[in-house]
Design a protein around this ligand. Structure first.
Ligand code: PDD
Length: 279
């Protein structure tokens, strides 16, 4: 039976519920993580916990558990799911208080986690994306549960037959609505640097680590909208998507209109790393 973890207890997911005065519900006052699970192993666990800690600190909260405690909770959730390929979702809100903005009222966080089976994805053919103004706030490095702009952006992409919106702020690429962006031009790989407009993606950082290890040239530098539109290849990274080639952007083909050779190499190395880690 698929279990959920809620405030110290494991229970069937369908039976887990929270108070309507939870600040996650009334204010979107909380943070979250999504961790991929391959072959029942939590991929890049330490990195995800570190980012969770940074997100909590940025909203004046502390991590309720040490990394080992998180690991034992999450492993129990993973064990409760039949399939080996999963995705963990965990969320910490500031807890239940009167509907009052003051954070000093909050005494006990609400801690929730679950793991769900994921379908094997096949992105080998690539996806379509649109560009859109980055309508989000100035604290995008925090993995906040307040995701209405991202939800609307994904919906706008869907309305135009695409799967993701690549966001532009002041003529520069920040990231996708729920992914990081890489481009490749004349075999040079570029990705926007991490700052307050970009979530420090775990997959992004791992890809950079892998490129580094294999002496494949890349640069973390601002990517203009013009450079994005002129790129030979565009890739998106996330824990759920891994590395996905964008083959159509704003209804125009990216490069040849097919996943490019540099993506093939990067993806192969990424998959190899994953297998060495999880199998
Ligand atoms: N989102 N940027 C944004 C805005 C994101 O929401 C995500 C991931 C990423 C990629 O980060 P990572 O490689 O650590 O998954 C970048 C998750 C998957 C989500 O919200 O479901």
């Amino acid at each position: 039976m698929t279990l959920a973890y809620l405030n110290g207890e494991f229970k069937p997911l369908a039976e887990a519920s929270v108070n309507v005065l939870d600040r996650g519900f009334t204010f979107g006052d909380g943070v979250y993580e999504v961790m991929p699970v391959f072959n029942r192993m939590i991929f890049r666990f330490d990195e995800h916990v570190r980012r969770l800690e940074n997100s909590l600190q940025a909203i004046y909260m502390t991590n309720p558990y040490a990394a080992e405690q998180w690991l034992s909770i999450l492993q129990k959730l993973v064990s409760s799911v039949e399939q080996t390929e999963q995705s963990i979702y965990l969320q910490i809100t500031r807890g239940v208080t009167d509907r009052d903005h003051a954070i000093s009222l909050a005494k006990n966080p609400t801690i929730f986690a679950m793991s769900r089976a994921v379908e094997k994805k096949n992105f080998a053919a690539g996806i379509n994306a649109i560009t859109h103004e980055d309508i989000r706030w100035q604290y995008c490095a925090i993995k906040a549960i307040t995701l209405l702009p991202s939800v609307l952006l994904r919906h706008k992409a869907k309305e135009q037959g695409a799967s993701e919106a690549i966001l532009i702020r002041d003529t520069y690429v920040t990231e996708g609505a729920a992914s990081n962006v890489f481009i490749c031009k004349d075999n040079k790989i570029l990705t926007p640097p991490k700052n307050n407009h970009v979530l420090p993606g775990i997959t992004r950082d791992l890809l950079i680590e892998i490129l580094d290890k294999h002496n494949i040239a890349y640069a973390e530098m601002p990517v203009s909208e013009a450079a994005l539109l002129a790129a030979d290849e565009v890739w998106l990274t996330s824990s759920t998507w891994e590395i996905v080639p964008v083959v159509q952007l704003d209804n125009k083909p990216v490069g040849s209109g097919k996943p490019g050779p540099v993506w093939h190499t990067a993806n192969l190395l990424y998959q190899k790393f994953k297998r060495s880690y999880c199998c």
